[in-house]
Design a protein around this ligand. Structure first.
Ligand SMILES: N[C@@H](CCC(=O)N[C@@H](CS)C(=O)NCC(=O)O)C(=O)O
Length: 124
């Protein structure tokens, strides 16, 4: 039985944290959420205690530590295959992975121009 704990930094600004959080919540997968704020001038020193990269998100499953949002979602998809996080069809799965990897590793200019901020007033 998985024993999942997801470390996240912020639900308003951290789109990386939000990705696995959403995958878990949307599918009613049980997990504990530990929010460790990252708004520190030189990074939050507490991150060193749970994150190999000193970044969030991080997923723990017992003794296992998984970092990187995409790897976390792949792991969740593997332990909860019925959640349908990845398509059953191999070709469709390959296309989903290609698009996810493209988004994950690219679009830097767009991401920096349009950072996530759910509290930003509409139209601003
Ligand atoms: N590629 C990583 C990005 C993780 C990342 O950049 N997380 C940011 C928060 S959104 C972070 O932890 N920043 C803290 C810092 O750099 O000190 C992933 O997909 O998980």
């Amino acid at each position: 039985m998985p024993d999942l704990e997801l470390f996240i930094g912020n639900k308003n600004y951290s789109s990386w944290s939000f990705r696995p959080w959403l995958a878990l919540r949307q599918n009613d997968i049980p997990f504990r959420e530990t929010l460790v704020p990252f708004e520190f001038e030189n990074g939050n020193p507490a991150f060193k205690t749970f994150s190999p990269t000193v970044k969030v998100p991080v997923l723990k499953d017992g003794e296992l530590t998984v970092w990187e949002s995409l790897a976390i979602i792949e792991y969740i998809a593997e332990i909860y295959p019925d959640a349908g996080l990845l398509p059953a069809d191999r070709f469709a799965r390959a296309r989903v992975r290609a698009a996810s990897a493209e988004m994950h590793s690219g679009f830097a200019a767009m991401r920096s121009a349009f950072p996530m901020n759910f509290h930003r007033p509409a139209g601003s």
